[in-house]
Design a binder for this molecule. Sequence first.
Ligand SMILES: Nc1ncnc2c1ncn2[C@@H]1O[C@H](COP(=O)(O)OP(=O)(O)OP(=O)(O)O)[C@@H](O)[C@H]1O
Ligand SMILES: CC(C)(CO)[C@@H](O)C(=O)[O-]
Ligand code: BAL
Length: 293
Amino acid sequence: MKAVRTIAELREQIGEMKAASAKATIGLVPTMGYLHQGHASLIRAAKVKTDIVVVSIFVNPIQFGPGEDFETYPRDEARDLAAAEAAGADLVFLPSVDTMYPKPTKTKIAVSEVTSGLCGASRPGHFDGVTTVVGKLFHIVQPDYAFFGMKDAQQVAVIEQMVYDLNFNVTIVPCPIIREEDGLALSSRNVYLSPEERTQALVLSRSLRETKEAVKTGQIRTAGEAKELLTQIIGESPLAVIDYVEIANFPELSPLAAETAILEQEESVLMALAVKFGKTRLIDNCLIQPKGE
Ligand SMILES: Nc1ncnc2c1ncn2[C@@H]1O[C@H](COP(=O)(O)OP(=O)(O)OP(=O)(O)O)[C@@H](O)[C@H]1O
Ligand SMILES: CC(C)(CO)[C@@H](O)C(=O)[O-]
Ligand code: BAL
């Protein structure tokens, strides 16, 4: 595995690999580092599907709002390089902020509608930062496939929309959410949690699991009832402060009206949560397939 820091070095390495095998396909796994088994699952999926696996590690300043955790976001380059190699990466791209943004960018990619609710509503400008940096990475790496986790379900929907609208020549591969044994979705931000917050954060996956079960068994029917049950279960954790609880169709992400019957939808339905424990904001979600799973 090679690690490179500049765009020129990255292009040179990819050029050499392509020269050895012109038909080799490229898989890109964009990350912000502090790698865990969720990231490793994306790298492994890329290894199975593509010949050259490129992992980018870049904490992208333009997707953080004022007062968010850009400065304190966890970083550990040595550990990340070992984890990327163990999972099967061929090339790791670790650009500096100066490499990605030598001057403040005057060009941004902005996807509308899909970005208006959920995290887009609570983090204004966040998705413009994400699509701009992912668009740059797509141009720099020119991957055939790019792998994203469904933990960030809205991010998947937004990037799919960008690829469709702007004719990027890449196929997006959504990958399942990897969880701890007790249900907590893996996230780099989990390290911020105190032991008490970590225990109480289990309410996220539990609320999604129990609500999905209640929908599937017919105990509840509508989006309004599902929202109410999610909110009630999360409320059992005294430290949980809800940012949003939303039920929306996927991938359009239009919120379902309260009286809408979830299992009667033609499309998948996303139940998505963002909840703060102290200063740590966690997200989680689950999909309900049309007419049940
Ligand atoms: N538990 C997980 N399961 C599957 N994919 C994941 C998981 N956590 C993160 N990913 C995916 O890894 C990619 C990089 O995400 P990122 O580096 O922001 O990690 P993160 O753990 O989500 O960090 P954050 O603390 O910002 O939530 C994204 O596509 C994200 O969806
Ligand atoms: C896709 C991404 C790497 C862009 O900075 C980031 O939003 C993330 O880690 O999910
Ligand atoms: N995985 C999402 C990146 C962020 O929270 O900024």
